[in-house]
Design a protein. Structure first.
Length: 280
């Protein structure tokens, strides 16, 4: 009797304890507010420059009223709020979702614009971490992506209210990407890799013909062809340089090509060659 009595008593204590734990761990479910309340709270947070708070309210609205009166507007506001919070990856994803789900919406141009702008701002934020560093010296992949997304936006919506800003940003990005290609081309010239330098210079000439980097790209092409002993192609490119940039610093008073000066350490070391350039 004593054993069974103790066992029943122990079981009762354990059961009561588990009940207490279960009750204490159960999350308190907040009661749903009217859809308009969530939306107004988000708008107020944006006015007060509290984008993270606005994001919370907008996500609450979306989870509780996914097909409500304010759901579509909330999706657009969420993109804006995430941009204001500098969460550019989330903003890009939100813009992508809106484009996919609402291809015929009146504000679809805004979604395309914000998608491109989020990539642009993300690349800009990355470059700003390196003080006094020319953006053209950084990896141009994100810059190119932003340029292509802006080009997609402006071609789809040339009359959009956001098109002028998009075109201005494209101009800036075009110059940055072109300058980046020249940075790499000079590196290859320094490393006595004229074929690789030539490819980079031709990339600028073919894809960014209206950029300010074309003159230097033509000069690199001439230098590269000379280094490759392709004198006919060097002369052809030099003729283009003289025709389009008659006052170029790469043209002497006698009308001859001025070779691009390389630093004293331009000759690659033996270690560079045996490691295929992995170690300088």
């Amino acid at each position: 009797m004593g054993f069974h009595h103790s066992l029943l008593r122990f079981s009762g204590i354990v059961g009561f304890s588990l009940l207490i734990v279960a009750c204490s761990s159960k999350q308190v479910q907040e009661p749903d507010l009217p859809e308009r309340v969530y939306y107004d709270k988000a708008q107020q947070a944006l006015k007060e420059n509290l984008p993270s708070t606005a994001i919370k309210h907008l996500k609450d609205l979306d989870s509780r009223y996914p097909f409500g009166e304010f759901s579509t507007r909330a999706e657009l506001d969420l993109i804006y709020a995430q941009m204001e919070a500098s969460d550019f990856i989330a903003a890009h994803a939100a813009a992508e979702r809106f484009i996919k789900n609402h291809p015929e919406h009146d504000s679809i141009d805004y979604a395309y614009y914000m998608r491109a702008l989020s990539t642009y701002k993300g690349a800009e934020s990355l470059m700003s971490r390196y003080l006094n560093l020319d953006p053209s010296e950084r990896d141009s992949k994100e810059l190119s992506k932003a340029f292509n997304e802006l080009a997609d936006f402006t071609s789809r919506f040339p009359n959009s209210a956001y098109a002028p800003d998009g075109k201005a940003r494209m101009y800036y990005l075009r110059e940055m990407v072109a300058r980046h290609e020249l940075q790499v081309a000079h590196y290859y010239l320094k490393r006595k890799a004229p074929l690789s330098a030539l490819r980079r210079s031709q990339e600028v000439i073919q894809n960014y013909p209206s950029s300010q980097s074309v003159e230097e790209a033509l000069a690199i092409s001439v230098q590269s062809y000379n280094d490759l002993e392709k004198t006919d192609l060097a002369e052809t490119n030099f003729s283009v340089l003289k025709q389009n940039f008659p006052n170029s610093s790469y043209i002497s008073k006698q009308g001859q090509f001025v070779p691009i000066q390389q630093p004293n350490d331009a000759d690659p070391s033996f270690l560079y060659w045996v490691t295929f350039g992995l170690i300088e």
